[in-house]
Design a binder for this molecule. Sequence first.
Ligand SMILES: [Zn+2]
Length: 304
Amino acid sequence: MSEPVTGPAEDTEIASWVRGLGIPGLVDLHVHFLPKPVLDKVWAYFDRASEHYGTEWPVHYRLPEAERIEKLREFGVRGFAPLVYPHKPEMAAWLSEWAREFADRVPEAVPTCTIYPEPGVADYVRQAIESGARAAKAHVQVGAYDPRDPLLSKAWGLLAEAGIPVIVHCGHGPIPGAHTGMDVFGEVLSAHPRLTAVLAHAGMPDYAGALELVHRYPNVHLDTTMVGTPFTERMMALPADWPARIADCAGRIVLGTDFPNIPYDYATQLRAIADWAARDDRLGERFLHSVLYEAPARLLAFTG
Ligand SMILES: [Zn+2]
């Protein structure tokens, strides 16, 4: 029997912890980079988090872009998906273009794109795929749109056909949106059953509903973003038997963090994941290899 796994106590220990696991590094499928004026607005929103969410949300990595990239490198993040998302029409195409340029200048970043229900969405998604996008983001809560909108059906189809993972925030957390819910997104999946969907935040707070979609559709995954951290547990706790519940679909759980917009440090997320690994014999270190590197690397077609 190997020693039970424990996570890194703080950020400065992450890189050596990862090396100790024997994986080449971390692949984080859910981080955010945005054009500065957009990110400033996002941070201003988190500054008023108690109004919006009923809790303080001090953004832990409120740093200039170059320093944020450097942080990820220090943690041993070898690859990541910088996700962009619009909150209104006529934003998604230029955000996707910005994300592609970001990936051109940051070797660890894969090119990503985003969608919004508007005329032309199928065209800019096709263009993004042709220019090499390897992940897409759909933010149903912030975008306040219906993912079943007929304007989106061609875009879902293109992404499904290309096998590009779409990280979908469609859960009711931290606050419900007009069209959030696993049942609503379940209808998109029933129309596009081969879609490689990554349910952000493991569907928080409807973890059971998200797992049901994983079992029903072969290409549905869950990301770990904010899941199981003390901050989230206070508001949207995991079921007590979570490690046992994910044991039979462990290969479809992938690392995501929401870096840099998290109210705690990066090591905290890794400790939450390590805790699941320690609590079920079927998980253990083998699970950490998969969730922290192999599964997200496979989804992002990451070979670096
Ligand atoms: Zn996010």
